[in-house]
Design a protein around this ligand. Structure first.
Ligand SMILES: *Cc1c(COP(=O)(O)O)cnc(C)c1O
Length: 431
């Protein structure tokens, strides 16, 4: 399959090239030339994300260098459970799709591990060494560093905003060393994202290394994320004959976009609802039809503090008419006050300890009408609450147990450099 840039000024590329480039040379984001439509009978016997992924992603990788390895790549990427867990509800069937059982306890592990598995196989001797540049609002950087740490011929540079990630997230970003360089930027996430974009556009910087991104603008992150929506909806539909509806905590609109893509391909997905924090360009756009990205606002759900969600460009490319977009998705903002209340309440009411991001989804669900709630819903749990213990523990009144994988990382020594939010500082740091 070929992929085109959303800007439309760059040549179409194949699967591997789209992954390696990250962003198209015209500044656009790669999207499939045409979405394949799936025949659900092709998935007979496939029920795990690795099995579903190998079949579902095959058309995208067809004709590429990675076509034959796709099943193994999927096994490497989906090496941990992604359960759809039923939880108590006084209305219709309610579930949590738990995406946080990977090495760094957030859903970013899926895309990062898929990309690392692909890049390892692509990084042949005739190519320049790869440098992966990642701007992170918290979870991406840790997942990417974990996925690439120790791999040959690949360097990872992680930029994160000083003081705007949780203590445990920061630890996960800075516990690597070796081929991972962690940079604490004196700015916010938007500064980090801008610096990465500038580095890509800087000819000199691009001479000696082959730059790639592992942000959710990279197609290699989005496609595997579509797999868990496909897999959960397929298994649910087989068991009940019902479509599964999703409420998805959303920031840069990568994870949410992936669900839209899975539905576009024909998986039995019903409604798609985005929950944002007080960074509200997406809900505002759906309400007014006016796209007005702004500076990001700091909230309790910090991994969603994105003022200018990059992936909106892809969603608008797919659904250029705001009326059609409204029919396909909806979005609601949630305040910090409501996040706090939801975490305290559901600890008791549902016996669930939410991370602040997941709490936005639970809050949005609770605001649905009885008719809506009578349908089958899944709240998407994007991170383990132990990553945000300083927010969660006072609200639930007890320590949150730390998953083993996370506990191991927290014990490692720290490697980090502080830099100013300008391209020159980034160039100096990587020299
Ligand atoms: C990244 C992240 C989000 C937002 O995901 P997007 O793909 O940027 O929309 C939500 N929750 C957590 C825990 C995250 O790490």
């Amino acid at each position: 399959m070929k992929f085109r840039s959303t800007v439309g000024q760059a040549p179409m590329v194949g699967f591997c090239e789209a992954l390696l480039q990250g962003i198209a040379p015209d500044g656009g984001l790669y999207v499939p030339e045409k979405f394949p439509s799936v025949d659900l009978t092709d998935f007979a016997g496939a029920s795990t994300p690795a099995q579903v992924g190998a079949i579902m992603l095959a058309p995208f990788a067809r004709g590429s260098e990675l076509e034959a390895s796709l099943p193994v790549i999927c096994q490497e990427a989906f090496s941990f459970p992604i359960p759809l867990k039923s939880i108590p509800s006084d209305a219709g069937p309610l579930h949590v799709l738990e995406l946080f059982h990977g090495p760094t306890a957030a859903f970013k592990d899926v895309g990062a591990r898929f990309l690392a598995a692909c890049f390892e196989r692509l990084n042949g001797s005739e190519r320049l060494p790869l440098m992966i540049l990642v701007a992170t609002s918290g979870d991406t950087g840790g997942a990417v560093a974990a996925a690439f740490h120790g791999r040959a011929n690949t360097r990872v540079v992680v930029l994160f905003p000083k003081g705007l990630v949780s203590g445990r997230q920061e630890k996960q970003l800075c516990c690597w060393g070796d081929n991972v360089l962690s940079l604490r930027v004196n700015g916010n996430f938007d500064d980090c994202q801008r610096m990465v974009k500038q580095a890509f556009a800087d000819a000199k910087f691009n001479q000696a290394v082959r730059l790639s991104s592992a942000n959710s603008i990279n197609l290699g992150r989005l496609l595997p994320q579509a797999v868990y929506y496909a897999c959960a909806s397929l298994n649910y539909w087989r068991a009940t004959g019902e479509k599964l509806n999703f409420v998805i905590p959303t920031g840069n609109l990568g994870n949410g976009q992936a669900c839209v893509w899975a539905k576009t391909m024909g998986f039995p997905i019903g409604k798609i609802v985005f929950a944002t924090n007080e960074n509200r360009p997406i809900p505002d756009y759906l309400e007014t039809g006016n796209w007005a990205p702004g500076a990001s606002v700091a909230t309790l759900a910090s991994a969603m503090d994105v003022g200018n969600p990059s992936n909106m460009e892809r969603l608008r490319d797919l659904l250029p008419d705001v009326g059609k977009m409204r029919a396909a998705v909806s979005a609601y903002p949630v305040s910090d006050e409501d996040i706090r209340r939801q975490i305290s309440r559901d600890e008791v009411a549902r016996g669930e300890t939410w991370c602040p991001h997941t709490a936005t989804a639970a809050h949005v669900y609770d605001g649905f009408s009885e008719t809506e709630k009578a349908q089958s819903w899944a709240l998407v749990a994007t991170a383990h609450p132990a990553k945000f213990e300083t927010i969660v523990e006072p609200l639930v009144g007890h320590p949150v147990e730390i998953p083993d994988a996370l506990a191991r990382l927290l014990d490692l020594p720290t490697h980090v450099s502080d830099i100013e939010p300008v391209l020159e500082a980034l160039i100096d740091a990587v020299k």
